[in-house]
Write a protein that binds this ligand. Structure first.
Ligand code: HEC
Ligand code: CU
Length: 492
């Protein structure tokens, strides 16, 4: 034992010596085999600059020729109506006014000072989680911002790669589903190899009350989102964002690099370019490079860097090779490659009209009589007070907790308190109504003004009666007991 102990000590002290003399620091050395490794924490910044942000499909210029900087990123969140496809509108929530959000280009060692603004006309609070951040919540815990406010937090980029960022405000899935995602690139110190063209593409799945193509302003459908039953699967936020006049362009002989991300919220992408082979793929946006790839998997909340040389002119179609998504749900884009025919590479008569979108007449499975009877069966008996409290607690933990917090305390200027709430205790009918139908517009709770949105909660009469009973009988409220009858009366 003694000997071993002594040996360990010896070993430790010689390691210490090694550390002191080596150029490389031992403490943070992630890759000791690589002589050239520099601890990114030690990279000194040289001056300050404002980050140039770009709307998709464009990316900012390379960072190859600059040193690490103190980099100011100014991003504004906008909630606005946009076009999902011809005749169909959707309220998008965006980072910078586009889906995906503005592209952020940085390099290892940059110190990012992130300014996140929430436009005063917006209805909801938001925040940002950047997968490029080493720190709690990826920044989400420091960036919660109410409409009309701005918040600042900072981080140092330590790991090169292509990363997704997204909103992480409750209900998280809803914020992402409405378009709150984008990409941040962290280039290695020497920058990425220059190429002829670079483009920014991000896939996302969307869930609407109406089916694919049903006209009008389509609201978000939470039930379909939970069931992962997407109506639209698209590149860059809408059907046709990368086709027709919006098609990407390139020339024969050029090398194209695509920064491809997947915002989800649910679906993974089998990303494929019809008629091309990816010469190089940085798998999952990291360092590992695969060559000669036909289709690469891009996880929800993940990304890939894809490079290929255009060897013959023509139309190249970008798809999610989960193929109904491409032809029936919108996941289809296009690169128009100009230039002279390359007969040694490809020869044949070209037929037009292959690989066009087909639209989506979605067939609904009929509901069987038994299922229908089961679903519309009235609940048996009434619950006792204790049963209501149990069920109510459960419902609260599953649906209300994310916004109103564990003890009903709420979050200042975003989610009003349910604990000791004068507003709640004043009018039970009004409170039931809010849970059933949602609420927007100004309200005053315990002297504080709130002007936000509560989504309608899709709960049964029993669940609503129970959760209301639970909140009225917790946290110093007035101990009202709510019945299923009362809830039924408030349904319209
Ligand atoms: C997505 C976040 C969110 C969820 C989930 C949510 N609420 Fe709310 N709730 C709000 C917001 C925001 C308001 C204020 C709306 C406004 O400003 O008009 C509110 C207001 C209320 C009010 C009236 C104000 C008060 O403080 O008394 C009640 C009662 C209420 N919610 C109950 C519930 C119950 C019960 C649930 C769960 C079944 C729930 N809420 C789920 C965000 C939420
Ligand atoms: Cu958000």
């Amino acid at each position: 034992m003694f000997n071993v102990f002594k040996f360990q000590n010896l070993f430790k002290s010689s390691l210490l010596l090694l550390c002191a003399t080596a150029i490389v620091s031992c403490a943070d050395n992630k890759n000791s085999k690589d002589e050239a490794y520099v601890n990114p924490k030690k990279i000194k910044v040289d001056g300050r600059m404002d980050a140039e942000l770009t709307a998709p499909p464009h990316v900012p210029p390379s960072t190859r020729d600059r040193a690490a900087k103190r980099l100011t990123v100014d991003m504004e969140i906008l909630e606005e109506v946009g076009t999902m496809t011809d005749g169909v509108e959707y309220v998008y929530w965006t980072f910078g006014g586009t889906v995906p959000g503005s592209f952020i280009r940085t390099k290892v060692g940059d110190e990012i000072e992130f300014h996140l603004k929430n436009h005063p006309d917006n209805k909801l609070p938001h925040n940002i989680d950047l997968h490029a951040v080493n720190g709690p919540g990826g920044g989400a815990v420091s960036s919660f911002v109410a409409p009309g406010r701005e918040i600042v937090f900072s981080f140092k980029t330590l790991n090169p790669g292509l990363y997704v960022y997204h909103c992480a405000t409750a209900p998280v899935g809803m914020h992402i589903a409405n378009g709150m995602y984008g990409l941040i690139l962290v280039e290695p110190e020497e920058g990425l190899e220059p190429v002829d063209r670079e483009y920014y593409i991000m896939q996302g799945d969307f869930y609407t009350k109406g089916d694919y193509g049903n006209p009008g302003l389509q609201p978000f459908d939470m039930k379909k989102a939970i069931e992962e039953d997407a109506d639209y699967v698209v590149f860059n936020g809408s059907v046709g964002a990368l086709t027709g006049d919006n098609a990407l362009t390139a020339e024969v002989g050029e090398t194209v690099r695509l920064y491809v991300g997947n915002g989800g919220p649910n679906l993974v992408s089998s990303f494929h370019v019809i008629g091309e082979i990816f010469d190089k793929v940085n798998l999952e946006g990291g360092d590992l490079v695969n060559e000669n790839v036909q289709t690469t998997l891009i996880p929800a909340g993940g990304a890939a860097m894809i490079e290929f040389k255009i060897d013959a002119p023509g139309e190249y179609i970008l798809v999610d090779h989960s193929i109904f998504r491409a032809f029936n749900k919108g996941a289809l884009g296009m690169i128009n490659a100009g230039g002279k025919d390359q007969k040694d590479v490809y020869k044949g008569t070209i037929q037009e009209g292959i690989y066009l979108p087909e639209g989506g007449t979605i067939q609904e499975m009929p509901i069987s009589d038994e299922q229908h009877a089961e679903a519309s069966k009235p609940p048996k008996g009434q619950l006792s007070f204790d049963e209501k409290m149990d069920l109510g607690k459960q419902v609260y933990a599953q649906t209300c907790f994310a916004c109103h917090q564990s003890e009903g305390q709420g979050i200042a200027s975003a989610f009003p308190p349910l604990a000791n709430s004068d507003y709640l205790n004043e009018d039970v009918k009004r409170a039931i109504d809010i849970v059933l139908h949602g609420k927007t517009g100004e309200i005053v709770v315990n002297g504080e003004t709130y002007n936000s949105v509560m989504t309608a909660q899709n709960l049964t009469d029993r669940e609503v009666a129970s959760v209301m009973t639970y909140i009225y009988n917790s946290w110093d409220n007035n101990e009202t007991v709510v019945t299923e009858e009362q809830v039924k009366k408030q349904r319209r």
